[in-house]
Design a protein around this ligand. Structure first.
Ligand code: APR
Ligand code: PHB
Length: 390
């Protein structure tokens, strides 16, 4: 089996890349280790930047998103028991975000790929190794339906997430990483959101975030210590703790409802440089991880593959590898900006167990600057809604 671009991983990055390559007339094969149902139901984030919305529309995967997604013009910051709204369009020249779950993006991209003649998308195809990345015919070795197979390619792209195999094929990687002394406990609840826009709450009991999946389903997170056992968090305790963290002067009530899912998510920052070696490229979580506070993970993954698809299209049309050669440097500028923003949002909103009252006063001063000053609010709004993709 041979293809032009062998794509490892059928998460959002791999699926969008396959779609964009197909539209540029370049063939590809996607190898995904899990089955379709698993990939379609894996819970992840739910905020699409303007550029991600635009690219989904352009590639024909925007129809259901435009019908069911919720356009948000701002977020609310809560601290010191007060609410402050950050209005995106007025601060960014009209940019906004879309609340549309990653699970739905993935379902839309999969159905498009299978319906509209994209390249093969193989589920339960587990990639064991990549060889020959310094030659012009790299090979991807995988197991599918109990058989060991080899896909030879002109290029290989690792879209295989944070625990994938592609990163291990690159000999000269430098890994920059940081861990955080807290995790998130996330719940899905069958209750209409208690707010029209997301609420990011700083409190001395720890961070809390009210998000949503639809007008009837709430997605809510609260900061918990690393190593937290879910058994210590019966539903009642979660709601009581959320009440305390979201508490605000004036009228506001957190509506409770049946909790349908609960999980603990670790927080990590990581960048692998460079994002290319010879004939292999890394994109999305395979190359970088951000803590979820800035909602950047999916958006960064999309930006990478837009840049990469354009570079392959340029090679195809002109024979010039100039854009492919620039891929890593082009992406890393945006990646580090998003890493900084995610780190900033995380460390400004959470309570580090080792932090002093002085540190807390600094956080509150920083939040006050965002709530009351145009420059800091503009910076937050620009980072949150994202730069144009590419
Ligand atoms: N062989 C084949 N597939 C693999 C292998 C392997 N050895 N290892 C991992 N995969 C698959 C995973 O099963 C997964 O479906 O690669 C895919 C990677 O998808 P994601 O982890 O979703 O990563 P990515 O596509 O980069 O998406 C970006 O945005 O919201 C964030 O972290 C969140 O997933 C999200 C990310
Ligand atoms: C989510 O809806 O899952 C979500 C929203 C915003 C974030 C992180 C996660 O910053």
């Amino acid at each position: 089996m041979h293809t032009t671009v062998g794509i490892i991983g059928g998460g959002p990055a791999g699926l969008l890349l396959a779609r964009l390559l197909h539209l540029a007339g370049i063939d590809s094969v996607v190898l995904e280790s899990r089955d379709r149902a698993y990939v379609e139901h894996r819970q992840r984030a739910g905020i699409l930047e303007q550029g991600a919305v635009d690219v989904l529309r352009e590639c024909g995967a925007g129809e259901r998103m435009d019908r069911e997604g919720l356009v948000h013009d701002g977020i609310e910051l809560r601290f010191d028991r007060r609410s402050h709204r950050i209005d995106f369009p007025s601060l960014t020249g009209g940019r906004r975000v879309m609340v549309y779950a990653q699970t739905e993006v993935v379902k839309d991209l999969i159905s498009l790929q299978l319906r509209q003649g994209g390249g093969p998308l193989l589920f339960e195809a587990y990639v064991r190794a990549v060889t020959g990345i310094d030659t012009d015919r790299p090979a991807v070795h995988f197991t599918h339906e109990g058989r060991e197979q080899t896909l030879t390619c002109d290029y290989v792209v690792g879209c295989d997430g944070s625990h994938g195999v592609a990163r291990t094929a690159i000999p000269d990687l430098t890994i920059y990483e940081r861990s955080y002394p807290y995790s998130w406990l996330g719940i899905m609840a069958d209750v209409p959101p208690s707010c029209d826009e997301l609420i990011y709450a700083h409190s001395d009991r720890g961070f809390a975030l009210h998000s949503m999946r639809s007008t009837t389903v709430s997605r809510i997170y609260l900061q918990v210590p690393n190593g937290t056992d879910l058994a210590e968090w019966p539903d009642e305790r979660i709601w009581d703790e959320l009440d305390a963290r979201f508490a605000v002067e004036g009228d506001w009530k957190l509506e409770r409802g049946p909790i349908t899912a609960k999980s603990v998510l670790p927080m990590r920052s990581l960048v692998a440089e460079p994002m290319r070696h010879g004939r292999i490229f890394l994109a999305g979580d395979a190359a970088h991880i951000v803590p979820p506070t800035g909602a950047k993970g999916l958006n960064l993954a999309f930006s990478d593959v837009v840049v990469l698809a354009r570079a392959f299209a340029h090679l195809n049309a002109t024979g010039s590898a100039e854009l492919l050669d620039a891929y890593s440097a082009t992406c890393l500028r945006r990646v580090w900006r998003a890493e900084h923003f995610s780190y900033f949002m995380t460390t400004t909103m959470h309570v580090d167990p080792a932090q002093s009252p002085f540190d807390t006063r600094l956080q509150l001063s920083q939040l006050d600057r965002i709530a009351t000053g145009t420059a800091a609010a503009t910076e937050l709004a620009e980072n949150y809604t994202g730069l144009p993709v590419g």
